[in-house]
Design a protein around this ligand. Sequence first.
Ligand code: ZN
Length: 402
Amino acid sequence: MVYRYPCKCRTCDATFALRVGIGHEGSQRHFFLCPFCEEECSISLALDFNQGQASISSTDNCTIPEDVSMAQTCSYKVVNLHPDYIVPFDQRHQDGVFPWLKDTMRFYEVLKKYDKGTHRLKDMRDLINFNESFVDNWQILNRAWSLVGNNRLRLSRNVLKAYRWIYEKGNGSLWSALHDFSRGMLFPERGRLLEMYGEFLEEIRDRHADGLAAFIAFYEKTFREENFRQYRQVFNEYFRDFSEYKQTLNYIRCGVELPRGSFASSRGFERVKMFYGNAFEALTSNFVVPACLNNVWNNREFDRFETMDLSKYVSIDKSGRGNPFANNSKINFLLESVNTTIRNASHHGSIRLLKGRDIIEYRSGGTGARREMSYAEYIHHCNTLVMNLFIMFAVELKIGEQ
Ligand SMILES: [Zn+2]
């Protein structure tokens, strides 16, 4: 579904037409350039799916004129926006086009394999979003988690009642709800990687039960609390700007490649430019769990690496923390999109969006060589890190239950 609105730039007074695709969340925000003066504008949309209503509000540098008829907007220059899909660059101002339909079909080809046996899945919308808002559900979990941290357990249970379960209810605890949510985020194709990690853990349990038990006891005492704090912090930052990341999220969830030459129609770059660095830090810091499990899998004590011990491992640079399991084909998918050059640029602010283009420029630390990628690719990398954070989080939730 696409809604059409007139929009007037406050900087240059030009009026144009917004064509906004409707996503799955209760609200969506879009950052875009005025097609005339190229200054940034932003709008947000509040959606009521029960009533089938949407209300738009301008949030920066534009207004939504009320005295312009829909017919008048037909002669206006168009800005296409969609929260769930990227748009071919040459169609970003084209009227009457629905470029996302092609990608919808590509997602559907993947999703239809999963239709059987999942009772609540009726259509595309259910398939990909389970008819739930990820942001709303996350906010419930985050509140319940905060209350547990303050030892307000009864209040936490009350808050958790509003959580909408994606799969089966489990034991109804906060931890099982967080696991349920993680699986939902990873559905469908990334869920297979979670299964792979789970099988790896089962193999260790079968062959090295004592080594695994020793690691779990140590993990619960030493790492669990800090690891969980990092997961929660990154997920909070992620869902704060979910409208940005959602633009390429489903491509990753469905294992569909980003089409070349497409661009992310919303570019809230200033809000997300630090995110890659933050997600990188949390991910590589929590690599300690797969790294120790890899030791056990290789017939060693959990704290014995090939060339060092655990105290040395936790002191090495984060960029090297994935090296111990880089050759383990069962878990080395966790290294996808781990790129020290992007991390350094994101962390030190030496990354910028080139105005009027979809290109991010950054420089490598060593030689200072100039590098580029599209904004869509940048958020794609961010999403890949987040998917792997959800996989590691889901595994740690289960480890804690042993
Ligand atoms: Zn303007």
